[in-house]
Design a protein around this ligand. Sequence first.
Ligand SMILES: *[C@@H]1O[C@H](CO)[C@@H](O)[C@H](O)[C@H]1NC(C)=O
Ligand SMILES: *[C@@H]1O[C@H](CO)[C@@H](O)[C@H](O)[C@H]1NC(C)=O
Length: 401
Amino acid sequence: MVRLRSWTLRWALLGAGTLVLLYQARTHYSRGSFQSFSYRDPLGARQPGARAMTAQAPVTPLGSRAPSATLQPFLGDLYGRDETYPNSRCPSSIRKRIASTKFSSVFLEAIPVLQWARHARLAEYRRLRSYGGAHGWQEVGWPVVRDALTRLNTSANERMFDARPGAAAGVSPCVRCAVVGNGGILNGSRAGAAIDRHDYVFRVNGALTKGLERDVGRRTSFYVFSTNTMMNSLHNYASNGFRQPPQTLETKYIFLPDHDRDYLLLRAALTHRPVDRGPDEGARPERYFGNDLRAEKFKMFHPDFIRYVRNRFLRSGILDTPQWRLYRPSTGAVMLLAALHTCDEVSAYGFITPDYQAYSDHYFDLTHKALVFYANHDLQLEMSLWQELHQSRLLTLHMRG
Ligand SMILES: *[C@@H]1O[C@H](CO)[C@@H](O)[C@H](O)[C@H]1NC(C)=O
Ligand SMILES: *[C@@H]1O[C@H](CO)[C@@H](O)[C@H](O)[C@H]1NC(C)=O
């Protein structure tokens, strides 16, 4: 508990000290749109037939397009390839529409979204070791990466949607996702029934639903978290009733790995043992994920995806400062962009909107709390991105009049 508090406090202090950076970031964004890191090659100039799904094929051959010349090389704008998602049967899928929007220049069709057993290779480790935090494997030892990922060895670990409810009935070939953030805008929204009517419902961190079903719904298909954000949520929102992540039959858990803590907790879950070292030593996976700890219940975002989101969709001005290592897109932002890269249609609820000051920080707050901006994220930039994606009709952002 002491450790958690000091961790939170450290971020709070950093947040206060570098708030000014966020304003620089916002200015940077509204001026530059996406021109500063667009590609010369048109979308679609990709290697033909580069399907790499067999055991013998190269792990993730690097994308064929050269990295952006305007992005600092240490940001690593070169990614593996994963051909899991490009072939949607939905005529109006996001992927089919994105080419005619301003986002065509940043979108990579074969960006890996998830990592699993296929990626547990030394060559991949050597490549990703160059990038820190959530963006690579710099702070994670090879045995820990290997032991965690090799156990993600079922087909459910390779793709976001492995068993689609209703798909067999042939109702619609389009996968419709509701992505639910924790924003106070959901308080009093009565959006719960609409959220639950989607094929899949994504939730994040303090994903409280009990007693709030009318506004936020009851289903959770995917719970998205990093070990750090989940532990902080359990600590900070216990008094709001958040005692454990959602644990329903349909719920799958998606780790955003930003620390070796994530690989250690995943390994613990898949070996049905308590975490054996680090800040979470002794933690029992059942406490967080329930008793069904089959590999099928877990997924993990690929560091390439998080780096791609940072470099191309949420390229904060913080990256041009000495504090650049602190920054990563928020867990909710990675979740929403992952949905955008895997679903055919996306509705976003509870994400930051320009009138955020009219709402409490979270929909589950008991008394009004103002939203606090921390230096490790750039919520102003995220807010602008959601507006632009909404205006480009790539997602439907829930707003209130
Ligand atoms: C997956 O890994 C487990 C060990 O965690 C092993 O028992 C199982 O046979 C593997 N399954 C496949 C399909 O390789
Ligand atoms: C939630 O909304 C109700 C009105 O619908 C309001 O009375 C309450 O203060 C709100 N809660 C917070 C934490 O802002």
